[in-house]
Write a protein that binds this ligand. Structure first.
Ligand SMILES: [Zn+2]
Length: 149
């Protein structure tokens, strides 16, 4: 899937041009399989982080839907939706390269939530970095490490 197709299905509200361009560049540098995340509903930018260090957050939630077919049969299915929020005050203190590392890391979270299973753990943080590196963002992640503690 191309980044254009990917964004067509997503509520993409980014009011800062630098961050918007960095997200678009990161998406363009992803392998097509990395954009296969149908449960991702929105990518948003908030001005203020809830903490002094949180640069971004991917949230995942599940909900039930009732499906009814032409024969009148009904059944319930579990669907999931995901949202990525970036925090501008934190990203403003980081270089373009480091911000791209954060973007790739969050997309990796969303991909893992959909294709592996949703969970929050220390291991999941490492898994997301590993996946972002596999997608080609090694240099970006190293720079992020240099700029943060
Ligand atoms: Zn993470």
């Amino acid at each position: 899937m191309s980044s254009q197709e990917f964004l067509r299905g997503i509520d993409f509200k980014i009011h800062d041009n630098r961050i918007k361009n960095l997200i678009l560049q990161t998406l363009d540098n992803m392998p097509p399989d990395g954009l296969d995340i149908s449960s991702l509903e929105s990518i948003q930018l908030s001005d203020l982080s809830p903490t002094e260090t949180l640069a971004a957050l991917t949230t995942h939630s599940s909900f039930d839907v009732t499906i009814r077919n032409d024969e009148g049969n009904e059944w319930d299915e579990i669907r999931s939706r995901q949202k990525i929020t970036f925090y501008l005050d934190i990203l403003n203190n980081l270089s373009d390269l480091a911000v791209k590392a954060i973007i790739a890391h969050e997309i990796a979270h969303a991909w893992l939530n959909e294709h592996v299973k949703p969970e929050s753990s220390q291991q999941r943080e490492k898994d997301s970095d590993d996946l972002a590196r596999k997608w080609g963002f090694t240099e970006e992640l190293l720079e992020l490490e240099n700029e943060t503690d």
